[in-house]
Write a protein that binds this ligand. Sequence first.
Ligand code: SAH
Length: 237
Amino acid sequence: MNRFFTEDIAGDTARITGEDVRHIARVLRLRPGDGVVLCDGRVREYTAVIERIGEAEVVCRLGPGRLSPAEPAHRVTLFQALPKSGKMETIVQKCVELGVFAVAPVVTARCVALPTKEFEKKRLRYQRVALEAAKQSRRGIVPEVLGVQALSAVDFSGFDTALVAYENERERSLKEALRGGAGGRIALVVGPEGGFEEGEAADLAHRGVVAVSLGARILRTETAGMAMLAQVLYELE
Ligand code: SAH
């Protein structure tokens, strides 16, 4: 069944507005009486029936609600060093499918692609990618893509566990770092194509971010976040 996010829910009535209206009417050609699944973006979803399709809104009657079964119990934020052009869309899409809570683009010493003033436009594009991926993978939230920030300025104090995938870490595996659980709010940090400078790794360690190895093979930056996220949720859930 087609799936949509809307926050506009009152009693047993929900309104879908924005781009989805045209999509419902013109592309999917849904009609009053057709069933849809609506999610409030806060982990609650409903089976619903379309009552009326207008120019600017689609009005639906909600059936009983339930917690979205697809939402992980752990909230994982991926701090992804800005990759070369085009890769961020893939990272956002795949990580939303895999269960990420938020994606935070960060600038590190060896980032090749530095953010321009136009970054907000890009962020909005990434946010749309997140929305489509959230619908497709039946998420109970639309993971947020945050504004770009310097890795050195990130405050990790709000996380129960913070881990950095560090290509020069030989001793500690991800599995070891997660032994004994991780708490509900987890930060994962992934470096850019050129990896981390030693000083950056030392600074992260100083700030309580634990360096882990993702194994004997060196992954591309766009692979590392997906692999790490999948392994973390597999291990914990
Ligand atoms: N150019 C670097 C590799 C960078 S890989 C080198 O040759 O050493 C890009 C990022 O992916 C790294 O900064 C790290 O965050 C992550 N990564 C890739 N493979 C990894 C591994 N086996 N263990 C830990 N982190 C890894």
